[in-house]
Design a protein around this ligand. Sequence first.
Ligand SMILES: [Zn+2]
Length: 402
Amino acid sequence: MKKTCDLLIHNAQLITCADNGRPFGQFNQAAIACKQGRIIWLGPTTEAMTFNAKKNINAKGLLVTPGLIDCHTHLVFAGSRANEFAQRLDGLSYEEIAQAGGGILSTVQATRQASLQELIDSTCQRLAHLKSQGVLTVEIKSGYGLDFDNEIKMLKAARAAGNKLEVDVKTTLLAAHALPPEFKNDRQAYIDLICQQIIPHVAKNKLADAVDAFCEGIGFSFEETKQVFDAATRWGLPVKLHADQLSDLGGAGLVAEYGGLSADHIEYTSTASIKKMADSDTVATLLPYAFYALQETQKPPIKAFRKYGIDLAIATDSNPGTAPTTNLLQCMHMACTQFNLTVEEAVLGVTINAAKALGIDDKKGSLEVGKTAEMVLWDTQEIADLVYWQGQIISNQILMSK
Ligand SMILES: [Zn+2]
């Protein structure tokens, strides 16, 4: 008797991103069977006729990858920062713009003024573009509210946008993104607000999946970041960190000491911190668009990450100040051209390693039995095309079983 399934894809070139001993976990002339939202079988196309499928798709030898994952974005915001782009071209630095009250704080003002519905609507526009590239899981941070009500509003907007577009949104509390102007003479009072009120409320109401901070000279210090991480840990929330982007404050090492999911940016990360990341299996998330937009010159220490076996993820960092992009495939391209990643590293960076950076690699990021049935069929037989064309020319079709 034939087995039943909801969706059967056959005659596919599967880019499984699983560890099967072949580059990309590639599996040619393959078939994949899905039922009730899960992958239930993978095998050669010649054995696929043992299934009775409600929907049958002949991939005609084209590529099928897992749904892509953007593991670091600031997709919820209001206002525009296009003017700062012009200011930077006129010679002002990111720090100078921030110190003059621009930068993050101008987005904070606009985001506080926006209604929940306005934030949901504008986030949906950006999320829809990511989804058009086969991105089916997106991490979205708060961090432009910087007070109790507006941080919560951002997290709710992120979840609502995900529900509306059927994209799996993972939310991260980033209240420690910038010091709100009303606390400029009392930094500790703001840290206390985050640790004693915002984190407990977010944890109790399950509004966020992780807690993040901006550990930097223009953000929060090593000691302040520790307080935020201590509170997150007390409330059972995993941590990640904007670390070592403009200088080495030891951020990547710190997040690793807390068993954190990922250290992100990491241009200035030291070997001592990388060793700690290796011990804690913390992912290194590369954000090549921000590197490009800020015209940085210090590249992340890719060779050292490889040497110590650190998993590399790639994300858009989509945000109105330093990464006006919703093009994850272009970011893969940039990680290759700017940071010398291989095509395989770029593909794993938006699939299995991005899943690790979100702590969901038991469910997503690769095509394996038991994982979520979210696939993308690409109109090419050449995996390098995804990276090479930067999201142009190569069309795709999202295939899901629910
Ligand atoms: Zn960021």
